[in-house]
Design a protein around this ligand. Structure first.
Ligand code: FES
Ligand code: FES
Length: 156
């Protein structure tokens, strides 16, 4: 079945099993390896992408579900000013260790800040509650988000 959607700001079309997971389509068919797989069950957020601006776990979505929609992965977000602010804040707060969770975290942070540019700590914790990190204990990530919100004032 032909599926057409916008991937990282470009129109794409793919002839594919409509039930193939969006995660596998972006990784295998479009070589976007920033989208990670850990649990494969919607529990960890490693595979998170934005679909029409909404945070979704791509391991749970059959690709047919994004037909006609806009999908943004970390690769399409990386060259934005907002990403740079988040990256700097992560470095400053020491919020990256192995980095496996980071792409999904960043997508969750974008989803949060685009809705709520000045979040409280509790908002951040709630927004990141679907993203698991095995390394950092979360506090440094929360600090990074609050820092990014401050440094990026006016951007979101
Ligand atoms: S791999 Fe998709 S939520 Fe864990
Ligand atoms: S930095 Fe290793 S899982 Fe988060």
């Amino acid at each position: 079945m032909k599926i057409r959607f916008v991937l990282n700001h470009k129109k794409v079309e793919i002839d594919v099993d409509p039930l193939k997971r969006l995660l596998d389509v972006v990784r295998e068919d479009f070589d976007l390896k920033g989208v990670k797989e850990r649990c494969g069950e919607g529990e960890c957020g490693a595979c998170a992408v934005l679909v029409n601006g909404k945070l979704m776990n791509s391991c749970l979505i059959p690709v047919a579900q994004v037909d006609g929609k806009e999908v943004l992965t970390i690769e399409g977000y990386k060259n934005t000013k907002k990403y740079k602010i988040i990256e700097e804040a992560f470095l400053e707060a020491g919020a990256v260790q192995c980095g496996f969770c980071t792409p999904g975290m960043v997508m969750a942070i974008e989803a949060l800040l685009s809705q709520n540019p000045s979040p409280e700590e509790s908002d951040v914790r709630e927004a990141l509650s679907g993203n698991l990190c095995r390394c950092t204990g979360y506090n440094m990530i929360v600090d990074a988000v609050l820092l990014a919100a401050l440094k990026g004032k006016g951007l979101w």
